[in-house]
Design a protein around this ligand. Structure first.
Ligand code: GLU
Length: 346
């Protein structure tokens, strides 16, 4: 499993070697454009992975689709390939619903009720709940996402859905619409998520009715986005909660920090460690093939390609993001050897 995000040759390429260390902002638009074109060309013919088929509507996805977008914190968006192709946001919604609930309820309350530790188990694991005495563990697996959605404020189902849809739309800077085909398809084959919600309810870990919670969760996963939308949503998290297009302060800067910490531990499920090791930034994937990566203070990177690894993460998305992280100097853990001229050596 660990091999899938390694790129052949494994260097960002000669043009971008100088950018190998994280700096204060994204490189210029020209450098971003070059890196996007190079990433697109490099992986355009990579057909690795399998399209998700446990949700019938997702099984129809065209595996040749491949889009990339990078948005900086000033509102500039650069892209390559199928960046305007719509797809359902799926699990990437979990990051933003978590942010909205963290904002509404406060970080300690959400941490106590949902948790922020990795499970080491698949995204829809029931075993993880049992092993942890009913704790949903973290907001990025289905159990924790259902627990988070159950905490969304609102008098009834319509109010709660409105809170989620409006909130995610503010992150995107435009009104996000439900993909009814995906919603109907997932709602009709949702027994496992309903079971997870009922199990959490039996442990008194839900703040609302399990079936209604699962329905709002299924709707949030069915919101239609493009990589352009995701990159802007990510750049809002990168910019202390201010949407770079609208200037709207969607959540507090402290909420962005909490959300990115949760993504760093669990954004790519049981592959989150491999992801941090390779890419060095918080990210979130979804089973329709999207991956969003956030460079704090700098911007958001989004990739879309439906072929998945066994954990449910887009393979081409991981490879392209790995390339871009190196090419744009975004790995948060990278540093240069510290020159010590006073002793004439490193
Ligand atoms: N709606 C999907 C589910 O709950 C999301 C899973 C994912 O994207 O990882 O099964």
């Amino acid at each position: 499993m660990g091999e899938v995000i390694h790129n052949p040759g494994d260097s960002a390429g000669p043009v971008h070697e100088a950018a190998a260390v994280s700096t204060g902002s994204l490189p210029s638009a020209e450098v971003v454009d070059d890196a996007l074109s190079a990433a697109y060309a490099r992986f355009r013919d990579d057909a690795s992975g399998r399209v998700a088929d446990y949700i019938p509507a997702l099984a129809e996805a065209d595996p040749s689709l491949f889009g990339l977008s990078v948005a900086d914190v000033h509102g500039s968006v650069r892209q390559a390939g199928d960046a305007s192709h719509p797809f359902s946001i799926q699990s990437i919604s979990k990051a933003f619903v978590f942010a909205l609930v963290d904002q509404a309820l406060g970080r300690e309350s959400v941490r106590r009720r949902v948790g922020v530790n990795n499970t080491g188990l698949p995204f829809n694991s029931i075993l993880a709940i049992e092993l942890n005495h009913g704790s949903p563990m973290n907001p990025m697996v289905n159990a924790g996402a259902l627990a988070t959605t159950s905490l969304v404020p609102g008098a009834d189902a319509a109010d709660r859905w409105d809170f989620v849809q409006q909130g995610l739309s503010r992150f995107a800077g435009r009104e996000l619409k439900l993909d009814m085909r995906v919603y109907t398809s997932e709602a009709g084959s949702n027994q496992r998520n309903e079971s997870i919600a009922r199990l959490l309810d039996s442990y008194e870990r839900l703040g609302w009715d399990p079936i209604q919670t699962t329905d709002v969760y299924t709707k949030q996963c069915s919101l239609s986005v493009t990589t352009r939308d995701l990159a802007i949503m990510g750049s809002t998290l990168a910019a202390g909660g201010v949407n770079p297009l609208t200037g709207d302060q969607v959540v507090d800067a402290s909420v962005c920090r909490d959300t990115l910490a949760a993504l760093a531990t669990s954004g790519l499920y049981e592959r989150s460690g491999d992801w941090l090791y390779e890419i060095g930034m918080p990210g979130k994937s979804g089973v329709s093939g999207g991956i969003l990566t956030i460079a704090p203070g700098k911007g958001g990177l989004a990739a879309f390609s439906p072929g998945l690894d066994p954990a449910g993460n887009s393979i081409r998305g991981q490879r392209a993001t790995h390339y871009l992280s190196g090419a744009l100097g975004l790995n948060l853990f990278a540093s240069a050897p510290h020159l010590r001229p006073e002793v004439g050596t490193y």
